[in-house]
Ligand binder design. Structure first.
Ligand SMILES: [Fe+2]
Length: 577
């Protein structure tokens, strides 16, 4: 049984392939197109999946599409009719987009050269939030768990509560568009001067610099309901029928301005992109983050109460809020939390395939997914062939000297581009495509921000820590394989990790497992043997672009920045002094 899951015509287009229930590959199209969050049809990802599994289009039993234009159709229609003030072309776009997805067989036909008709019975639509839920529950280690999908919106739904048991996900309740925690967060992200699709994490990074003094005001913007759900006070938002997300000619996603004049009259003039950040902006960020946590814990406490379960699975764009995720076990009755590596919309590809496998076909679940390394891989030969072709000089080192030389470079203050094994699926670099530095250095953050990342100084860098040492360094000891939770760093350890300790004493950690990431583990362990610290600073290998995928991407990024060393498998390139 071969299933390809697809997220198409939506931000973070992606594909994933399962063969007899086992995940063979999953990748985001942006890694190939080199356009962040690219949202067209993921033909290169599909081709990659087929190649990795060693199969062809005709071998695939089903193509699962993580969108169902028929979902809540009557509600959607009613909503559109009752909001006639919306702009007609945006409305037309939404309908056309649904049509595009409905004609996905055309795209598959164009990629494969097989007639369109052939795909008619092979395509299964899986509603957006069911795909999110499946990406978490069916990949989790739990036989039974409460499940939450929460994002901006998809298939006219913004939030979905469910219970997963064995091969089945049963929906408990859902919240309809436009009442969305994602929209709430995005509206204030825009208000605070960050207009790009996917900028929300900047608010999360800025929040600890402020105080949540506007919580009472925000309680009028997003309203908690006694049934465990919430609604938006729509006065604060633009009329949603006039369109939310749209794509330019390069399939680059954009979000329309979500806040209304009423929000401006209540909170003041929005910040423009270049304007300096004031304490007001920081306090607003802190308040928005805190309010979002209040809403999330309100839903989760309700979900825990009605299910009585201690296991939780979460997915959806809001599940990328690693600060909130790290507080779940302390603020709710849940004891164990699983969040997939691609909790955002790229994960729809994996989720729709898993939904078909287990919910439709009742196939027994395989091993849980704790590895995000499902993307591209390049051998030493492939890398050296490309470098030879370009006339670039390099050295080849065996593993022992490689780990030794790289850790020496880090200890001497160097910054290393590290490309090893398969690329990660999802927004986080986890030692497959990472830039590394010494977490003990006071100035590491400054060096990275000014010489390489050129990003806002308030944004923190993250620690990768050998999993055996988590309790020694952090106040909580839970598995965090995908850097999906932020924990408090123990007070006595903060001074030894200055460059990965955020202003509030937290760190967005990745727990590194020897079995899942043996070479990354070995590198950090070599660093530990030399310094006593089982931690490296890890940030994604990119510079204002999608995470690097190929040796060419990695080399180009190395040349554009001031990294000291580029390591691709066993091949090392040093920056000439
Ligand atoms: Fe979503």
């Amino acid at each position: 049984m071969i299933i390809i899951g697809i997220n198409a015509y939506h931000g973070d287009a992606a594909a994933a392939i399962f063969v007899d229930g086992k995940l063979f590959a999953a990748i985001e199209e942006e890694r190939f197109t080199r356009i962040k969050h690219w949202g067209g049809f993921p033909s290169q990802s599909i081709a990659f999946c087929l190649k990795e599994a060693g199969v062809s289009f005709k071998d695939v039993d089903y193509y699962a599409i993580g969108r169902d234009p028929r979902a809540k159709f009557i509600k959607k229609l009613f909503y559109l009719i009752s909001h006639p003030s919306g702009n007609v072309s945006a409305l037309k776009d939404r309908i056309l987009n649904s049509r595009k997805v409905a004609s996905i067989e055309k795209e598959l036909s164009a990629c494969s050269g097989i007639s369109k008709k052939y795909f008619n019975n092979k395509i299964l639509n899986v509603e957006h939030h069911r795909s999110h839920l499946a990406s978490a529950f069916f990949a989790s280690p739990f036989d039974e768990a409460a499940c939450l999908s929460i994002d901006g919106s998809g298939d006219f739904t913004t939030t979905m509560l469910a219970v997963g048991k064995g091969n089945n996900i049963k929906i408990i309740d859902s919240i309809d568009f436009p009442h969305s925690l994602g929209f709430f967060y995005t509206a204030f992200t825009q208000f605070l001067g960050f207009p790009h699709y996917g900028d929300e994490y900047k608010i999360m990074g800025m929040a600890p610099y402020g105080n949540p003094i506007y919580i009472d005001d925000l309680k009028d913007v997003i309203l908690l309901k006694s049934n465990g759900l919430f609604s938006l006070n729509l006065k604060y938002f633009r009329k949603a029928a006039s369109g939310i997300a749209y794509f330019d000619n390069d399939y680059r996603p954009h979000v329309a301005t979500l806040y209304s004049e009423h929000l401006i009259s209540k909170f003041g003039e929005p910040r423009s992109k270049e304007e300096p950040l004031t304490q007001f902006h920081k306090d607003m960020a802190a308040s928005v983050q805190r309010m979002s946590e209040i809403v999330i814990f309100h839903i989760l406490n309700y979900l825990q109460k009605i299910t009585g379960l201690s296991n939780l699975c979460i997915a959806g764009g809001v599940a990328q809020n690693s600060v909130a995720n790290g507080k779940i076990t302390s603020n709710t009755g849940f004891k164990n939390v699983y969040i997939p590596s691609a909790g955002h919309d790229a994960g729809i590809s994996m989720g729709s395939a898993l939904y078909v496998l287990h919910q439709h076909l009742n196939m027994t679940r395989k091993d849980p997914i704790f590895s995000a390394y499902t993307g591209s891989k390049f051998s030493n030969d492939e890398i050296s062939n490309w470098l030879d072709l370009k006339g670039i000089s390099y050295s080849y080192l065996n593993d022992d000297s490689l780990f030794d030389i790289v850790t020496d470079c880090l200890i001497q203050g160097g910054v290393v581009g590290w490309m090893q094994g398969r690329a990660e699926f999802g927004p986080r670099a986890l030692g497959g495509r990472s830039i590394l530095a010494d977490p003990r250095r006071q100035d590491a953050k400054e060096i990275l921000n000014t010489k390489i990342k050129r990003r806002e100084s308030f944004r923190p860098f993250a620690p990768s820590i050998l999993k055996e040492y988590v309790s020694e360094y952090f106040e909580l000891d839970e598995p965090v394989p995908f850097m999906e939770k932020v924990f408090i760093i123990r007070t006595d350890k903060r001074s030894s990790l200055p460059s990965v300790t955020h202003i509030d004493g937290t760190g967005r950690l990745q727990t590194v497992d020897r079995d899942t990431a043996p070479r990354y583990y070995a590198l950090i362990d070599t660093f530990r043997q030399k310094t006593g610290i089982p931690v490296l600073l890890n940030t994604s290998f990119n510079e204002n672009e999608p995470i690097v995928n190929s040796p060419e991407d990695a080399f180009n990024c190395f040349m554009r920045t001031n990294m000291d060393m580029l390591v691709m498998e066993n091949i090392v390139i040093r920056r000439p002094q």
